[in-house]
Write a protein that binds this ligand. Structure first.
Ligand SMILES: Cc1ncc(COP(=O)(O)O)c(C=O)c1O
Length: 381
């Protein structure tokens, strides 16, 4: 086959990745390398001043008294539930449209999962469904600030107060988001953050944190991350190895300084999408709740013929994702709960129609325009 000459070849549109961590790290490379060198030279790899400094700085950004650096967001949830005292028979209410880390850690902490459906506009825990689901065994509520949109915390906290329940926020996707001006993660008894690389604030590996104002419970989290020890080799309980690496803490300190600008970048991209897709009636755009400053961890549209639309975008070299394709109550892992299709209609409908478009702070207006054009062409031909 004869290759077409460069002059006659059609100019291919460049691909638009779903997430571009390479650009972000290229801009930070020198600083990250210096931090890495510092860790190697000091040989402080676990705990130490970098972890303590990151904990202070992150707590100050979230507006809580303390943050406890951990090995993952999953540990942050599990340890938060354990610190709240979850025991056998205790029910925790959460949503079925989340990543399984929210719920598997309930079981791992010894509790029982109780799912309730979401509010269609915000995609987060429906306060009315919550109130109806409380039983005498309910002890806690776990709203998930999904995609960077905070759950409607005031009515949730009011229901909690009325029934004597605690609230732990799953803020894994909500760094930089606010609820009525207050940071997501500062509203419940405790909150869990993930610093998985693709998150709005991501490490260069696995990391997480539990944050809050309750120093006694955060002391429990601190013990749990270190095999239940109060001081070296003296164990008040069994625990876990859930510590944050010093190298990751050093990387996170560098990246934390960029979080406000990155959140602005995501919000700018969301505005471009809204403008570019405003005339495509087949596409249901995500809402930003009146109470919220959405941090757009993900930009999730909903549309009929979602699978065909996704295939079309893949063919156009546009990266997409599904968050999430199968609700938790219909997963094999939860077959034992006996929940069937139809149990949570809004979550199920969302799972069938959701599509996450490319979203990252560095995405350009022309990349967004290219995605929007491809979406428009799919519906309009
Ligand atoms: C909503 C939610 N909760 C919890 C987690 C768990 O965080 P990690 O992957 O850091 O364990 C994640 C991230 O994957 C998440 O998206």
């Amino acid at each position: 086959m004869v290759n077409p000459s460069p002059r006659t070849a059609a100019k291919a549109d460049p691909a638009v990745p779903f997430l571009d961590l390479v650009s972000q790290h290229r801009a930070l490379e020198e600083e990250l390398v210096v931090a890495f060198r510092g860790a190697v030279r000091s040989a402080r790899f676990v705990g130490g001043p970098e972890v303590a400094a990151f904990e202070r700085e992150f707590a100050s950004v979230v507006g809580t008294a303390e943050a406890v650096g951990l090995a993952s967001g999953t540990d942050a949830l599990r340890f938060a539930y354990l610190a709240m005292g979850v025991g056998p028979g205790d029910e925790l209410i959460t949503v079925p449209n989340t990543f399984i880390a929210t719920s598997e850690t309930i079981t791992q902490a010894g509790g029982t999962i109780r799912f309730v459906d979401i509010d269609e506009a915000t995609m987060t825990l429906d306060p009315a469904a919550l109130a109806a689901a409380i039983t005498p065994r309910t002890v806690g509520i776990v709203p998930v600030h999904l995609y960077g949109q905070p759950a409607d915390m005031d009515p949730i906290l009011a229901v909690a107060a009325r029934h004597g329940l605690w609230v732990v926020e799953d803020a894994a996707q909500a760094h930089g988001a606010t609820y009525k001006g207050r940071p997501a993660g500062s509203l419940g008894a405790l909150a869990a953050f993930s610093f998985y690389p693709g998150k709005n604030l991501g490490a260069c590996g696995e990391a997480g944190a539990t944050v809050g104002n309750d120093r006694a419970r955060l002391d429990v989290v601190r013990q749990l991350r270190e095999h239940g020890q109060a001081k070296k080799y003296y164990h008040d309980s069994e625990g876990y190895n859930g510590r944050l690496d010093a190298i990751q803490a050093a990387f996170l300190r560098i990246k934390l300084r960029h979080l406000p600008a990155w959140t602005d970048g995501r919000r700018r991209a969301a505005t471009w999408y809204r403008e570019a897709l405003a005339d495509v009636a087949e596409v249901h755009l995500p809402t930003e709740a009146r109470y919220a400053r959405h941090s757009y961890h993900l930009f999730v549209i909903r549309a009929e013929r979602r699978d065909a639309l996704q295939a079309h975008l893949t063919q156009e070299q546009i990266g997409t994702g599904l968050h999430y394709p199968l609700p938790l109550h219909l997963q094999n892992a939860y077959r034992g709960m006996g929940l069937r299709k139809g149990a949570f209609p809004i979550t199920e409908r969302t799972a069938a129609t959701c599509l996450s478009l490319p979203m990252f702070p560095e995405v350009t207006e022309s990349q967004v325009a290219r995605v929007a054009d491809a979406v428009r062409r799919f519906f309009r031909g």
